[in-house]
Design a protein around this ligand. Structure first.
Ligand SMILES: [Zn+2]
Ligand SMILES: [Zn+2]
Length: 776
């Protein structure tokens, strides 16, 4: 980059330097910018040439506050760097990178880097001060202040030079804006005192003395950029976020209209250390000619010890106290003695406070008339009293069984973040309700010997258990009705008698029929049975024709059954009448029979012959119930007939045949089977005209014959009755015993089978042997 250090290119339009702080500093002679040089880099080298940037700096500070190009704020060390130059007494340029601190004239060299190029030079000076480590940054003063009486001279440690600020407008004195001075300390410090030294001719121009001023301090970097705003020529709008007031004097009474005289001001108890300070002169003693003057200001001057007595202050709850001491307000130092030989620290002087009162429970003040309550709090430490209106809280509690109703009033206050409650005032209401027991719960023991009654309160949990007296009444059971025991329990409780009943059922008596025995008699039996307790009557019943029928009744436990047949069994039972009702349980039935009769011999039998029959006869046998006629048939005795008579005709006997018969008598229902009385009988001998026995069958108009052989038969024949005699029609050998006719006409036929014996057809008695046959 080529730098043109030539005045040819210096044109007013290129100069783009803004002085912060308004126009005021521009006419401070020493800082006249007419000597400044602005060098602009070649325009064609880059469109991003920094030469057109707007540079913001304070006139008397090396700090480049901002570099702005086409609305963009450029970044230090990214877009540009800052270095410094100064010409020495020989005119040589000295370069250095750190911001200068020594008083003198300098140039800030702003060099584009990165996306930027070009260089801008900005002139500034460092005013410095007569004090080590303090630099003046900026200030404002009257527009017509001569260069040899400028603002900085108040800070040069030389009382022969002075700041004499004036404003002259159109030949007349005008209202002046407040003067101000901004300076920076390398090391932050707290101001304990400052000393103002009046000027060389203050006694002559008494109105130039200061009247009202302010000193602010700050540790904010923004403090360096301070620029004033004015309202009616007075500095206003001090930003309290940046600035803190350190000291202020209004209508000063200390300064005197004298020349070259020091007036110290104390800033007692100040501990705040600041890097930046701003002095604002608000007013002067007489503004008629609008000239302010002061030759020196010195901060924290080495002033002689001057003590003032400090009374001991007892520590309070809210305020700290201190011991008795002597205070040097100009040097912010404490001493135990007036001679200031025994210095002590502030901590030793101060008796710290807890910063609050210590209140305990308040005193409650109930005003029954107005129904209001106040709470008076008394500080336990200092006795300070504080009375607060309380709120009254009411609560009602209903009566219970054992406690009365009551209403309680409690006063409540909120005080210093705490809630306080008074003891409740309790007003008794309706009395206790008393327990309310309902019916008791009864409890019997297993044997129903004891009973308890438990009463439970319906409202609360109270329980009362009381032993009851118990009585009982028994109704015995019968065979037809249950019995019962009724237990009655009774208790007296709270003057009232409660009773309850419990019934225990006794089961009906169980009927067990009597056990029956009997004795046999002749045609009779004697029944006997066990006695049934409570029996009113007994009944004897017989099982007759499939049904039980009551035979007789009576009160005894025996009975004779008469008219019984020996050998016969009778089923009987005994019923019992109990409680007016018959109980019949035939499970006790027994079968009885009378004594059996003596069995006699069967009777002797005689007989008389008849034709094909015999008549049997016998005598009666004592005790016989019946008689039977038995025949010996096929090797066995068979009863042929029975009855009660003493004779019997046996018919259909064959002549010439013998039959073995006997008569049996019945005793006790049993036949006497002793057939030793058997006899052999035979009917009369018959004429010899035997006829074959035969039978016939009709089928398909044919008649079949079948016959039995007869002894001595030589031939057989079918005979029909013709012309008054039986004629053999069809004859057969004796070996033939069947024959079937050819078909015959429907009609009635009479026929008989005859035999030829000894050469003659036997036809006598044929009619009685013939049969009639119908053919349909
Ligand atoms: Zn207190
Ligand atoms: Zn209760």
């Amino acid at each position: 980059m080529r730098v043109h250090n030539t005045g040819k290119r210096f044109a007013a339009g290129v100069l783009a330097i803004t002085l912060v702080g308004g126009a005021v500093p521009a006419n401070i002679g020493v800082f006249d910018l007419s000597g400044s040089t602005v060098v602009v880099a070649s325009a064609e080298e880059s469109e991003q040439n920094i030469s057109k940037a707007t540079i913001t700096m304070k006139a008397h500070s090396p700090k480049v506050l901002s570099v702005e190009l086409d609305g963009t704020i450029l970044q230090k060390n990214i877009d540009y760097t800052v270095s410094y130059t100064q010409k020495d007494t020989d005119g040589n340029t000295i370069e250095f990178s750190e911001p200068p601190k020594a008083a003198g004239n300098y140039q800030a060299v702003i060099t584009g880097i990165g996306d930027y190029q070009g260089v801008v030079y900005r002139a500034f000076d460092i005013v410095g001060s007569g004090y080590e480590g303090i630099s003046i940054i900026d200030g404002g003063q009257g527009t017509h202040t001569p260069s040899n009486e400028h603002l900085w001279l108040i800070f040069d440690k030389n009382k022969n030079t002075k700041w004499c600020s004036r404003v002259i407008s159109a030949g007349e004195y005008a209202n002046r804006d407040s003067d101000w001075l901004l300076f920076e300390a390398d090391t932050p410090f707290a101001i304990h005192n400052y000393v103002l030294t009046t000027a060389n001719d203050t006694s002559r121009y008494t109105g130039r003395n200061w009247k009202s001023w302010r000193i602010y301090g700050s540790n904010s970097a923004a403090a360096a950029e301070y620029s004033p705003t004015y309202t009616d020529h007075k500095v206003t709008d001090i930003d309290e976020d940046i600035w803190s007031l350190v000291h202020q004097v209004t209508d000063d009474t200390v300064l005197e209209p004298v020349n070259f005289t020091e007036f110290p001001y104390a800033v007692p108890h100040n501990k705040c250390k600041y890097k930046y300070y701003l002095l604002i002169l608000d007013d002067i003693v007489d503004s008629y000619d609008n000239i302010a003057q002061m030759s020196e200001i010195e901060f924290n001057a080495d002033l002689p010890v001057t003590v003032t007595h400090v009374d001991a202050v007892p520590v309070g709850c809210l305020n700290e106290g201190n011991i008795e001491c002597w205070y040097d307000e100009y040097n912010d130092k404490y001493y135990l003695d007036e001679e200031a030989t025994k210095e002590i620290t502030e901590e030793e002087v101060i008796i710290p406070t807890i910063g609050r009162h210590t209140y305990g429970e308040p005193e409650w003040n109930w005003d029954e008339k107005t129904q209001t309550v106040t709470a008076t709090f008394t500080c336990e430490a200092c006795g300070e009293k504080h009375t607060v209106d309380a709120e009254i809280q009411r609560s009602s509690i209903a009566a219970t069984c054992t406690t009365p109703a009551y209403t309680s009033y409690t006063a409540v206050v909120e005080f210093e973040g705490e809630t306080y409650r008074s003891k409740p005032k309790i007003y008794k209401g309706a009395g206790a309700l008393g327990h309310s027991y309902g019916r008791p719960e009864w409890k019997y023991d297993e044997k129903n010997h004891t009973v308890t009654a438990t009463f439970k309160c319906e409202r609360c949990t109270d329980v009362q258990t009381i032993d009851a007296t118990i009585t009982s009444k028994t109704t015995s059971p019968t065979y037809i009705k249950d019995g019962k025991i009724v237990y009655t329990a009774a208790v007296k409780f709270n003057g009232q008698t409660y009773t309850t009943n419990k019934t225990v059922i006794l089961d009906k008596l169980t009927y067990t029929p009597p056990t029956i025995t009997y004795l046999k008699g002749e045609g009779a039996v004697k029944l006997q049975w066990t006695d049934i307790k409570g029996a009113e009557k007994y009944g004897v019943a017989g099982f007759i024709n499939g049904k039980w029928r009551m035979i007789d009744e009576g009160e005894g436990t025996s009975y004779i059954l008469k008219d019984l047949q020996a050998g016969k069994e009778y089923k009987v039972c005994v019923a019992t009448k109990l409680n007016g009702e018959w109980f019949t349980d035939p499970s006790n039935a027994i079968t009885v029979t009378p004594k059996p009769k003596a069995v006699k011999d069967n009777p002797a039998v005689t007989y008389a012959k008849g034709n094909n029959a015999v008549k049997l006869s016998w005598d009666t046998v004592d005790g016989a119930e019946k008689y039977a006629v038995a025949g010996y048939v096929n090797g066995r005795w068979q009863i042929l007939a029975e009855g009660i008579g003493t004779s019997y005709v046996l018919r259909d006997l064959k002549a010439g045949f013998q039959y073995k018969v006997a008569v049996s008598a019945m005793f006790n229902g049993n036949w006497n089977t002793d057939f030793s009385n058997a006899i052999t009988v035979t009917p009369n001998a018959a004429a010899t005209s035997p006829y074959p026995k035969f039978e016939t069958q009709v089928k398909d108009n044919r008649i079949g014959f079948k016959w039995e052989a007869v002894p001595d038969a030589e031939q057989y024949a079918i005979a029909v009755y013709r012309a008054g005699r039986w004629v053999p029609m069809k004859q057969f050998d004796s070996s033939v015993h069947t024959w079937t006719t050819p078909q015959v006409k429907s009609g009635t036929y009479t026929a008989v089978v005859i035999a030829k014996i000894n050469g003659e057809w036997v036809t006598a008695h044929a009619s009685s042997n013939a049969v009639t046959i119908k053919v349909f």
